[in-house]
Design a protein around this ligand. Structure first.
Ligand SMILES: NC(=O)c1ccc[n+]([C@@H]2O[C@H](COP(=O)([O-])OP(=O)(O)OC[C@H]3O[C@@H](n4cnc5c(N)ncnc54)[C@H](O)[C@@H]3O)[C@@H](O)[C@H]2O)c1
Length: 263
């Protein structure tokens, strides 16, 4: 993958080790490409062995199969990264799910609620807990946790557990950013707006009204490309964001700031 294709114009991460969860698809995959392009050693964690392996192969990194809800497997992911490359400089805790049975609070059952909390929120707790001791010993590190724009604004098209989980990721990232600020460790929450993924495209192709209902709220009038989110992660991972921690980093095409959008 060339710099031209990923949009990378600089090499800010040479020699750094980055652990990415959910690296097999979407935002995680675009970020694996971008961070590798900027010179990082990339450790691709995913529950999907085929996709994770393919990502690692493509970026010349390492694949580790991990279920991010399992503490032992998460610890092993960060240990393998450290044992292989000698440091853990960047943790992009990104794996997440958005299943169809997580919907209105009135119809979402406790099992669906708990599953989403485990994969989206408990996983971030586990990954931060595993990464922080390495970063403390190094006196340096950047943790980026994937929240969402739904952590800061409500939707009438509810996914109740998803939204609550992302609110949790945002609050946890803020607290960790403050707690570890004087140890050279930065923790930021990335809040993407809706991203143009194959899943989203398929859903909206079947139901154009569903797409239109969302697009009208986006000042830029389109969904994000995964590469645009990856560029934000690369910034947060690099020393270019050295004075940023405990932030909610919105990359949302203006949704969060909008009332009336352009026609
Ligand atoms: N796509 C969007 O519009 C959007 C918007 C805001 C936030 N987000 C968030 O961004 C993150 C990535 O989303 P995406 O759209 O790239 O999703 P995606 O479905 O394309 O990729 C998610 C990856 O996570 C992996 N994964 C799922 N469960 C796992 C588990 N238990 N352990 C390890 N890996 C697991 C999957 O195998 C997959 O490779 C998620 O946290 C999501 O909530 C997405």
């Amino acid at each position: 993958m060339s710099n031209e294709e990923t949009g990378a114009v600089c090499r800010r991460l040479v020699g750094r080790t980055a652990v990415i969860t959910g690296a097999g698809s979407g935002i995680g995959l675009a970020t694996a490409r971008r961070l590798a392009d900027e010179g990082a050693h990339v450790v691709c964690g995913d529950i999907d062995e085929t996709a994770g392996k393919a990502a690692a192969e493509e970026v010349g990194g390492l694949f580790v199969r991990v279920d991010v809800t399992d503490a032992e497997q998460v610890d092993a992911l960060f240990k393998v990264a450290h044992d292989t490359y000698g440091s853990v400089d960047i943790a992009f805790n990104n794996a997440g799910i958005s299943p169809p049975d997580d919907d209105s609070i009135l119809t979402t059952g406790i099992d669906a609620w708990r599953r989403v909390q485990e994969v989206n929120l408990t996983s971030v707790y586990l990954c931060c807990k595993a990464a922080l001791p390495y970063m403390q010993r190094q006196g340096r590190g950047s943790i980026i946790n994937t929240a969402s724009f739904v952590a800061v604004m409500g939707a009438a098209t509810s996914q109740i557990s998803y939204t609550a989980s992302k609110g949790g990721v945002l609050a946890m990232s803020r607290e960790l950013g403050v707690q570890f600020a004087r140890e050279g460790i930065r923790v930021n929450a990335l809040c993407p707006g809706p991203v143009d993924t194959p899943l989203l495209r398929e859903l909206f192709a079947k139901d154009p009204e569903r797409a239109a209902r969302r697009l009208v709220h986006i000042p830029q009038g389109r969904f994000a490309r995964p590469e645009e989110i990856a560029a934000a992660v690369a910034f947060l991972a690099s020393d270019d964001s050295s004075f940023m921690t405990a932030s909610e980093f919105l990359v949302d095409g203006g949704i969060g700031g909008a009332y009336v959008t352009p026609l």
